[in-house]
Design a protein around this ligand. Structure first.
Ligand code: L14
Length: 349
Protein backbone atom coordinates (compact mmCIF):
# COMPACT_ATOMS: atom_id res chain seq x y z
CA UNK A 1 0.00 0.00 0.00
CA UNK A 2 1.14 3.52 -0.66
CA UNK A 3 -0.08 6.60 1.08
CA UNK A 4 -1.56 9.39 -0.96
CA UNK A 5 -3.84 12.32 -0.09
CA UNK A 6 -7.35 12.16 1.31
CA UNK A 7 -9.81 9.57 0.18
CA UNK A 8 -10.59 5.92 0.62
CA UNK A 9 -8.56 2.76 1.03
CA UNK A 10 -9.18 0.89 -2.20
CA UNK A 11 -8.21 -2.61 -3.28
CA UNK A 12 -8.28 -3.90 -6.85
CA UNK A 13 -8.40 -7.70 -6.96
CA UNK A 14 -7.30 -9.05 -10.32
CA UNK A 15 -5.24 -5.94 -11.01
CA UNK A 16 -3.16 -7.56 -13.76
CA UNK A 17 -6.17 -8.78 -15.77
CA UNK A 18 -7.83 -7.12 -18.77
CA UNK A 19 -10.53 -5.56 -16.59
CA UNK A 20 -8.20 -4.89 -13.62
CA UNK A 21 -5.91 -2.82 -15.81
CA UNK A 22 -8.90 -0.79 -17.02
CA UNK A 23 -10.04 -0.36 -13.41
CA UNK A 24 -6.70 1.28 -12.60
CA UNK A 25 -6.91 3.51 -15.68
CA UNK A 26 -10.47 4.47 -14.78
CA UNK A 27 -9.75 5.18 -11.10
CA UNK A 28 -6.96 7.44 -12.34
CA UNK A 29 -8.86 9.14 -15.18
CA UNK A 30 -12.02 9.74 -13.14
CA UNK A 31 -9.88 10.85 -10.21
CA UNK A 32 -11.59 8.59 -7.67
CA UNK A 33 -10.47 9.78 -4.19
CA UNK A 34 -7.89 7.22 -3.07
CA UNK A 35 -5.92 7.36 0.17
CA UNK A 36 -4.28 3.97 -0.13
CA UNK A 37 -4.34 1.59 -3.06
CA UNK A 38 -3.73 -2.17 -2.80
CA UNK A 39 -3.22 -4.09 -6.00
CA UNK A 40 -4.01 -7.76 -5.48
CA UNK A 41 -4.02 -10.87 -7.63
CA UNK A 42 -3.67 -14.63 -7.61
CA UNK A 43 -0.27 -15.99 -6.55
CA UNK A 44 0.49 -16.49 -10.26
CA UNK A 45 0.56 -12.75 -11.01
CA UNK A 46 1.85 -11.57 -7.62
CA UNK A 47 5.07 -9.58 -7.95
CA UNK A 48 3.98 -7.87 -11.19
CA UNK A 49 4.76 -4.15 -11.16
CA UNK A 50 2.00 -1.75 -12.21
CA UNK A 51 1.88 2.00 -12.56
CA UNK A 52 -0.78 4.21 -10.99
CA UNK A 53 -0.62 8.01 -11.12
CA UNK A 54 3.09 7.90 -11.83
CA UNK A 55 3.98 5.57 -8.97
CA UNK A 56 5.01 1.94 -9.23
CA UNK A 57 3.06 -0.62 -7.24
CA UNK A 58 3.92 -4.27 -6.71
CA UNK A 59 0.95 -6.59 -7.00
CA UNK A 60 0.46 -8.72 -3.86
CA UNK A 61 -1.19 -12.10 -3.58
CA UNK A 62 -4.76 -11.63 -2.35
CA UNK A 63 -5.35 -13.23 1.05
CA UNK A 64 -8.05 -12.62 3.68
CA UNK A 65 -5.62 -10.33 5.55
CA UNK A 66 -5.09 -8.18 2.45
CA UNK A 67 -8.45 -6.56 3.20
CA UNK A 68 -7.58 -5.17 6.66
CA UNK A 69 -8.42 -1.46 6.52
CA UNK A 70 -9.84 -1.60 2.99
CA UNK A 71 -13.06 0.39 2.44
CA UNK A 72 -13.82 -0.50 -1.18
CA UNK A 73 -12.64 -3.63 -2.95
CA UNK A 74 -13.14 -3.94 -6.71
CA UNK A 75 -13.02 -7.64 -7.63
CA UNK A 76 -12.37 -8.91 -11.15
CA UNK A 77 -10.23 -12.01 -10.77
CA UNK A 78 -12.81 -14.65 -11.70
CA UNK A 79 -15.75 -16.11 -9.85
CA UNK A 80 -13.77 -18.55 -7.73
CA UNK A 81 -11.60 -15.79 -6.25
CA UNK A 82 -14.72 -13.75 -5.49
CA UNK A 83 -16.41 -16.73 -3.85
CA UNK A 84 -13.33 -17.32 -1.70
CA UNK A 85 -12.43 -13.76 -0.73
CA UNK A 86 -15.41 -11.39 -1.06
CA UNK A 87 -16.82 -12.43 2.32
CA UNK A 88 -13.37 -12.06 3.90
CA UNK A 89 -13.22 -8.49 2.60
CA UNK A 90 -16.74 -7.74 3.86
CA UNK A 91 -15.91 -9.26 7.27
CA UNK A 92 -13.08 -6.74 7.55
CA UNK A 93 -15.37 -3.79 6.76
CA UNK A 94 -14.97 -3.38 3.02
CA UNK A 95 -17.76 -2.93 0.52
CA UNK A 96 -17.10 -5.27 -2.39
CA UNK A 97 -17.96 -4.33 -5.98
CA UNK A 98 -17.79 -7.69 -7.72
CA UNK A 99 -17.37 -7.89 -11.47
CA UNK A 100 -17.81 -11.68 -11.74
CA UNK A 101 -20.98 -13.71 -12.13
CA UNK A 102 -20.51 -15.20 -8.63
CA UNK A 103 -23.20 -13.20 -6.81
CA UNK A 104 -25.17 -11.40 -9.52
CA UNK A 105 -28.37 -13.41 -9.15
CA UNK A 106 -28.11 -13.68 -5.33
CA UNK A 107 -31.22 -11.96 -3.99
CA UNK A 108 -29.22 -10.39 -1.15
CA UNK A 109 -26.85 -8.75 -3.61
CA UNK A 110 -27.85 -5.64 -5.58
CA UNK A 111 -26.96 -5.82 -9.28
CA UNK A 112 -26.36 -2.26 -10.35
CA UNK A 113 -26.00 -0.06 -13.41
CA UNK A 114 -26.04 3.43 -11.87
CA UNK A 115 -28.01 5.04 -14.73
CA UNK A 116 -30.68 2.38 -14.30
CA UNK A 117 -30.99 1.37 -10.64
CA UNK A 118 -28.51 3.33 -8.51
CA UNK A 119 -30.99 3.28 -5.60
CA UNK A 120 -30.49 -0.47 -5.24
CA UNK A 121 -26.99 0.04 -3.80
CA UNK A 122 -28.66 1.14 -0.56
CA UNK A 123 -29.85 -2.44 -0.01
CA UNK A 124 -26.35 -3.86 -0.03
CA UNK A 125 -25.10 -6.33 2.57
CA UNK A 126 -21.43 -5.82 1.80
CA UNK A 127 -21.41 -6.97 -1.81
CA UNK A 128 -22.69 -5.14 -4.90
CA UNK A 129 -22.50 -7.02 -8.18
CA UNK A 130 -21.41 -5.45 -11.44
CA UNK A 131 -23.48 -6.95 -14.26
CA UNK A 132 -22.23 -8.74 -17.33
CA UNK A 133 -20.77 -6.40 -19.96
CA UNK A 134 -23.35 -7.14 -22.66
CA UNK A 135 -26.16 -6.65 -20.16
CA UNK A 136 -24.89 -3.30 -18.91
CA UNK A 137 -24.87 -1.52 -22.24
CA UNK A 138 -28.24 -2.96 -23.22
CA UNK A 139 -30.09 -2.00 -20.02
CA UNK A 140 -28.54 1.49 -20.15
CA UNK A 141 -30.24 1.92 -23.54
CA UNK A 142 -33.48 0.19 -22.51
CA UNK A 143 -34.02 2.22 -19.35
CA UNK A 144 -35.09 5.55 -20.93
CA UNK A 145 -37.37 3.65 -23.30
CA UNK A 146 -38.91 1.65 -20.44
CA UNK A 147 -39.43 4.80 -18.37
CA UNK A 148 -41.26 6.75 -21.05
CA UNK A 149 -42.95 4.14 -23.17
CA UNK A 150 -43.01 0.87 -21.20
CA UNK A 151 -41.35 -2.34 -22.41
CA UNK A 152 -43.07 -5.59 -23.25
CA UNK A 153 -40.42 -7.58 -25.12
CA UNK A 154 -36.67 -7.56 -25.79
CA UNK A 155 -34.76 -9.67 -28.32
CA UNK A 156 -31.02 -9.11 -28.64
CA UNK A 157 -28.23 -10.49 -30.80
CA UNK A 158 -24.71 -9.53 -29.80
CA UNK A 159 -21.48 -8.99 -31.70
CA UNK A 160 -18.88 -9.32 -28.94
CA UNK A 161 -15.19 -8.46 -28.77
CA UNK A 162 -12.59 -11.00 -27.70
CA UNK A 163 -11.21 -8.88 -24.84
CA UNK A 164 -14.21 -9.90 -22.73
CA UNK A 165 -12.62 -13.33 -22.49
CA UNK A 166 -9.40 -11.81 -21.11
CA UNK A 167 -5.88 -10.99 -22.22
CA UNK A 168 -5.16 -14.54 -23.38
CA UNK A 169 -8.11 -14.41 -25.81
CA UNK A 170 -6.90 -11.07 -27.14
CA UNK A 171 -3.52 -12.67 -27.74
CA UNK A 172 -5.17 -15.66 -29.44
CA UNK A 173 -6.95 -13.36 -31.92
CA UNK A 174 -3.75 -11.44 -32.60
CA UNK A 175 -1.53 -14.46 -33.23
CA UNK A 176 -4.19 -16.42 -35.09
CA UNK A 177 -4.83 -13.49 -37.45
CA UNK A 178 -1.11 -13.37 -38.13
CA UNK A 179 -1.01 -17.15 -38.74
CA UNK A 180 -4.01 -16.92 -41.08
CA UNK A 181 -2.36 -14.16 -43.12
CA UNK A 182 0.90 -16.11 -43.19
CA UNK A 183 -0.96 -19.14 -44.52
CA UNK A 184 -0.10 -21.17 -41.42
CA UNK A 185 -2.34 -23.82 -39.91
CA UNK A 186 -4.59 -22.37 -37.17
CA UNK A 187 -4.32 -23.91 -33.72
CA UNK A 188 -7.20 -22.62 -31.59
CA UNK A 189 -6.53 -23.29 -27.91
CA UNK A 190 -8.87 -21.04 -25.98
CA UNK A 191 -12.01 -19.72 -27.66
CA UNK A 192 -14.93 -20.05 -27.53
CA UNK A 193 -14.46 -21.09 -23.88
CA UNK A 194 -11.15 -21.98 -22.24
CA UNK A 195 -12.51 -24.89 -20.23
CA UNK A 196 -14.83 -26.40 -22.86
CA UNK A 197 -14.09 -29.53 -24.94
CA UNK A 198 -13.64 -27.97 -28.39
CA UNK A 199 -11.87 -24.86 -29.61
CA UNK A 200 -12.58 -23.09 -32.89
CA UNK A 201 -10.72 -20.39 -34.80
CA UNK A 202 -11.78 -16.83 -34.01
CA UNK A 203 -9.73 -15.12 -36.75
CA UNK A 204 -11.96 -14.30 -39.74
CA UNK A 205 -14.78 -16.24 -38.10
CA UNK A 206 -17.90 -15.82 -35.91
CA UNK A 207 -18.56 -18.09 -32.92
CA UNK A 208 -22.13 -18.46 -31.65
CA UNK A 209 -20.96 -19.53 -28.20
CA UNK A 210 -19.89 -17.27 -25.34
CA UNK A 211 -19.46 -19.09 -22.04
CA UNK A 212 -20.69 -22.66 -21.49
CA UNK A 213 -23.96 -24.20 -22.67
CA UNK A 214 -26.85 -24.58 -20.23
CA UNK A 215 -29.34 -27.46 -20.27
CA UNK A 216 -31.93 -25.30 -22.06
CA UNK A 217 -29.70 -24.83 -25.14
CA UNK A 218 -28.79 -21.23 -24.32
CA UNK A 219 -25.24 -20.32 -23.37
CA UNK A 220 -24.45 -18.94 -19.92
CA UNK A 221 -23.68 -15.52 -21.48
CA UNK A 222 -27.17 -15.52 -23.02
CA UNK A 223 -28.77 -16.54 -19.73
CA UNK A 224 -26.79 -13.82 -17.91
CA UNK A 225 -28.23 -11.22 -20.32
CA UNK A 226 -31.74 -12.60 -19.85
CA UNK A 227 -31.75 -12.98 -16.06
CA UNK A 228 -29.68 -9.92 -15.22
CA UNK A 229 -31.80 -7.64 -17.41
CA UNK A 230 -34.97 -8.66 -15.54
CA UNK A 231 -33.28 -8.13 -12.17
CA UNK A 232 -31.68 -4.74 -12.93
CA UNK A 233 -34.83 -3.36 -14.55
CA UNK A 234 -37.10 -4.74 -11.83
CA UNK A 235 -39.07 -6.45 -14.57
CA UNK A 236 -39.22 -10.13 -13.58
CA UNK A 237 -41.86 -10.97 -16.18
CA UNK A 238 -40.33 -9.04 -19.11
CA UNK A 239 -39.77 -11.45 -22.01
CA UNK A 240 -36.07 -11.32 -22.98
CA UNK A 241 -34.26 -13.51 -25.51
CA UNK A 242 -30.58 -13.35 -26.41
CA UNK A 243 -28.13 -14.79 -28.92
CA UNK A 244 -24.50 -14.02 -28.09
CA UNK A 245 -21.84 -14.18 -30.79
CA UNK A 246 -18.07 -13.63 -30.62
CA UNK A 247 -16.44 -11.76 -33.51
CA UNK A 248 -12.79 -11.15 -34.35
CA UNK A 249 -12.23 -7.65 -33.00
CA UNK A 250 -10.55 -6.61 -29.78
CA UNK A 251 -12.74 -4.03 -28.07
CA UNK A 252 -16.42 -3.05 -27.67
CA UNK A 253 -19.53 -5.13 -27.89
CA UNK A 254 -22.21 -4.25 -30.43
CA UNK A 255 -25.82 -5.36 -30.11
CA UNK A 256 -28.81 -5.46 -32.38
CA UNK A 257 -31.73 -4.96 -30.00
CA UNK A 258 -35.41 -5.37 -30.87
CA UNK A 259 -37.89 -3.96 -28.36
CA UNK A 260 -41.63 -3.80 -28.13
CA UNK A 261 -43.08 -0.94 -26.13
CA UNK A 262 -46.44 -0.52 -24.39
CA UNK A 263 -47.57 2.83 -25.77
CA UNK A 264 -49.19 3.50 -29.14
CA UNK A 265 -48.22 6.14 -31.68
CA UNK A 266 -44.58 6.41 -30.65
CA UNK A 267 -42.24 7.49 -33.43
CA UNK A 268 -38.53 6.98 -34.06
CA UNK A 269 -37.90 10.61 -33.10
CA UNK A 270 -39.53 10.00 -29.69
CA UNK A 271 -37.24 7.03 -28.98
CA UNK A 272 -34.24 9.03 -30.19
CA UNK A 273 -35.21 11.92 -27.93
CA UNK A 274 -35.57 9.65 -24.89
CA UNK A 275 -32.15 8.14 -25.60
CA UNK A 276 -30.35 11.42 -26.20
CA UNK A 277 -31.71 12.88 -22.95
CA UNK A 278 -30.49 9.90 -20.91
CA UNK A 279 -27.33 9.97 -18.79
CA UNK A 280 -24.48 7.95 -20.19
CA UNK A 281 -26.07 7.50 -23.62
CA UNK A 282 -24.84 9.16 -26.79
CA UNK A 283 -27.14 9.04 -29.81
CA UNK A 284 -25.18 8.70 -33.06
CA UNK A 285 -27.95 8.18 -35.55
CA UNK A 286 -28.20 9.82 -38.95
CA UNK A 287 -28.47 7.64 -42.05
CA UNK A 288 -28.11 10.70 -44.30
CA UNK A 289 -24.53 11.12 -43.09
CA UNK A 290 -23.92 7.39 -42.38
CA UNK A 291 -23.69 8.23 -38.69
CA UNK A 292 -23.81 5.23 -36.35
CA UNK A 293 -21.46 3.84 -33.71
CA UNK A 294 -19.05 0.96 -34.36
CA UNK A 295 -16.83 -1.07 -32.04
CA UNK A 296 -13.80 1.00 -33.10
CA UNK A 297 -15.56 4.35 -32.64
CA UNK A 298 -16.73 3.40 -29.14
CA UNK A 299 -13.43 1.91 -27.92
CA UNK A 300 -11.78 3.85 -25.12
CA UNK A 301 -14.94 5.84 -24.31
CA UNK A 302 -17.14 5.58 -21.23
CA UNK A 303 -20.55 6.09 -22.83
CA UNK A 304 -23.05 3.76 -24.45
CA UNK A 305 -23.60 4.71 -28.09
CA UNK A 306 -26.89 4.10 -29.90
CA UNK A 307 -27.72 4.36 -33.58
CA UNK A 308 -29.88 2.82 -36.32
CA UNK A 309 -33.13 3.48 -34.47
CA UNK A 310 -35.89 2.15 -36.73
CA UNK A 311 -39.54 1.30 -36.41
CA UNK A 312 -40.43 -2.30 -37.11
CA UNK A 313 -42.20 -2.60 -40.45
CA UNK A 314 -44.90 -4.94 -39.17
CA UNK A 315 -45.38 -4.17 -35.49
CA UNK A 316 -46.13 -0.48 -34.76
CA UNK A 317 -44.89 -1.00 -31.17
CA UNK A 318 -41.64 -2.61 -32.31
CA UNK A 319 -38.31 -0.77 -32.64
CA UNK A 320 -34.80 -1.83 -33.63
CA UNK A 321 -31.63 -0.30 -32.18
CA UNK A 322 -27.87 -0.73 -32.54
CA UNK A 323 -26.09 -0.38 -29.20
CA UNK A 324 -22.30 -0.20 -28.88
CA UNK A 325 -20.02 0.31 -25.89
CA UNK A 326 -16.47 -0.43 -24.73
CA UNK A 327 -16.92 -3.78 -22.97
CA UNK A 328 -14.00 -3.19 -20.61
CA UNK A 329 -15.09 0.34 -19.64
CA UNK A 330 -18.88 0.79 -19.27
CA UNK A 331 -19.15 -2.99 -19.50
CA UNK A 332 -16.81 -3.55 -16.57
CA UNK A 333 -14.27 -1.11 -15.10
CA UNK A 334 -16.18 2.15 -15.49
CA UNK A 335 -19.46 0.69 -14.23
CA UNK A 336 -17.61 -0.67 -11.16
CA UNK A 337 -15.96 2.68 -10.48
CA UNK A 338 -19.35 4.40 -10.97
CA UNK A 339 -20.77 2.08 -8.29
CA UNK A 340 -17.89 3.10 -6.01
CA UNK A 341 -18.65 6.77 -6.76
CA UNK A 342 -22.31 6.11 -5.93
CA UNK A 343 -21.24 4.56 -2.60
CA UNK A 344 -19.37 7.77 -1.81
CA UNK A 345 -22.24 10.00 -2.97
CA UNK A 346 -24.76 8.06 -0.89
CA UNK A 347 -22.42 8.05 2.15
CA UNK A 348 -22.32 4.25 2.14
CA UNK A 349 -18.55 4.14 2.67
O1 L14 B 1 -19.94 -12.58 -17.03
O2 L14 B 1 -16.10 -14.18 -22.45
O3 L14 B 1 -18.77 -10.85 -16.59
O4 L14 B 1 -16.57 -12.17 -23.10
C1 L14 B 1 -18.30 -11.25 -19.46
C2 L14 B 1 -17.38 -11.47 -20.61
C3 L14 B 1 -17.96 -13.60 -18.73
C4 L14 B 1 -17.07 -13.81 -19.94
C5 L14 B 1 -18.97 -11.86 -17.25
C6 L14 B 1 -16.64 -13.09 -22.28
C7 L14 B 1 -17.98 -12.17 -18.33
C8 L14 B 1 -17.47 -12.87 -21.06
Amino acid sequence: MMANQQGYNVAVVGATGAVGQKMLETLENKNFPIKQLSLLSSSRSAGTKLNFKGETYTVQEATPESFEGIQVALFSAGGSVSKKLADEAVKRGAVVVDNTSAFRMDENVPLVVPEVNEEDIKEHNGIIANPNCSTIQMVAALKPIQEQYGLSKVIVSTYQAVSGAGNAATEELRSQTQDFLDGEELKPELLPVAGDKNHYPIAFNALPQIDVFQDNGYTFEEMKMINETKKIMHAPTLPVAATCVRLPFFTSHAESVYVEIDKDDVQVADIQQALSNADGIVLEDDPSTQTYPTPLSAAGKSDVFVGRVRKDLDNPKGFHLWVVSDNLLKGAAWNSVQIAEALVKNKLI
